[in-house]
Design a protein around this ligand. Sequence first.
Ligand code: MG
Ligand code: MG
Length: 255
Amino acid sequence: MVELKSQASLNAMRPAGQAVARALDAVRRAASVGVSLLELDQVAREELLRSGANSPFLGYHPSFAPVPFPAVICASVNDAIVHGIPNEYRLRSGDLLSVDCGALVDGWAGDAAISFTVGAARPADTHLIETAQQALNAGIAAAVVGNRIGDIAHAIGRTCRAAGYGIPDGFGGHGIGRQMHEDPGVPNEGPPGRGLKLRAGMVLAIEPMLVAGGTDDYRTDADGWTLRTLDGSRAAHVEHTVAITKDGPRVLTKA
Ligand code: MG
Ligand code: MG
């Protein structure tokens, strides 16, 4: 069931969105050569604490996962697409890092992700990340009253495919509100003009995932969480929590 949020509820979702934005910003500032993924998780934990936020990631245990998620961020490096578990790995110059973070404040959830390079960036990575951002912007621009879910999916997918990138099969965005994952699903590719009609008060996490090598296949690490590209190429993932309003899309996870 798709829940429509009132204007007051959208306003109530902002603190969670701001908490996510602040945590991601802190992680981006802390992420440099030699810093470990576990240290970045700690940075996010402290920032969420400062915001009075809980983490919807920590202890999250969906049916596909063998263990509950042990961190407040997903940290996915290079060929890891999403759901990377922060570990002892220390960032190296030229790494591409995708960080996903959620927050719960006053019973409302926020969810966002960023991708960036550390140290000396490869031009190919810069292009991949820029295209991911463009795909997200295109998806957000399509999140308007009267459009359909398929229009968001089409805007994202078209942007990725035009650049020759792959889109991991079966992954995409989702409704969000009291729960981090609510209906409807928001695919990252599909025909326009199809699916649920968008109405004011719908809140969607829009999250393109791009595979540089152009394949849509992925594999899962032995940890049961980390998704990796099958071709070993690099991946990018960006996300915002976006409310559909009569005045246009409102990004709730901006600072
Ligand atoms: Mg996320
Ligand atoms: Mg999400």
